[in-house]
Design a protein around this ligand. Sequence first.
Ligand code: C2E
Ligand code: CA
Ligand code: CA
Ligand code: CA
Length: 275
Amino acid sequence: AKDSGKNNFKSYCPEMEQGLRFRRELEVELRHALTRGELELAFQPLLHLSSGQISGCEALIRWKHPVRGYIPPSEFIPVAEETGLIGTIGEWVLKTACKAAVSWPPHIKVAVNLSPIQFRTRDIVSEVRAAIAESEIAADRIELEITESALIDDSKLTEVALFELRSLGVSIVLDDFGTGYSSLNYLRKYPFQKIKIDRSFVGEIETSQDCLTIVEITLLLAKRLDLLITAEGVETVEQLNLLKALGCTQAQGYLISRPLSAACILDFVRTQSGN
Ligand code: C2E
Ligand code: CA
Ligand code: CA
Ligand code: CA
């Protein structure tokens, strides 16, 4: 009976079957992607609004697949997380991002995304310490971006790790603010220096009164809690001016620059700094 059930599933859901096969193939290929050098980092600049200077760049992973072409992180990061491969990949991202950043002007920070899985399955503090030692980057140039989902299980382990990371001198950033759960308690409990407003809010600040209100209140909250704030996904001059007028610290988005290759970002930050 079980077998025929399986057959029915196969014949009635060819799309799902195909989806699963694709995912399994992706998993196998992802295992090799690192060793074959198919993973790359792109860097997207962050504009400091009151000075008009580039003050940081976020590392964003890219997979250049030899056959399928470019695969976005939204497709393979979940697979990497489910299979545990995110541990090795995340460590590579950390080291590679720090190595790239040492050749930028020293006032420019580097932001690295951490998966919640890295806190649960790896010694993330040792990995960050090793990345700092190997690259010889100043710890205060590193920003670690974590989403609320890293904090959702309220684990003591994650809490301790975050405070240890902070004591190394790196900054802790709450990413995708407002899209998860109970963010306000997290702000009280963990050692954040900065929050990032998700681009789903930023994209509608001119068209939705509700989005504008949410952004305004978030900015006020950040200010009162002595937190810096970055707005993600800024695509228009109007959005930029509005955010600036509201006292937002930094802006990131296609208006300022798309994510660039390591070589291009080096040119970009050097030109910006007049070197
Ligand atoms: P995120 O951390 O929220 O990163 C911002 C995403 O918004 C990036 O997508 C960026 O390319 C995109 N973006 C930036 N400016 C604009 C804009 O003006 N308009 C629009 N429409 N999009 C903009 P990307 O590079 O595809 O990355 C997607 C997500 O994948 C990231 O979201 C992050 O959660 C995850 N990710 C990327 N790299 C890594 C990594 O190294 N490790 C981990 N764990 N996750 C990563
Ligand atoms: Ca991020
Ligand atoms: Ca994110
Ligand atoms: Ca986001």
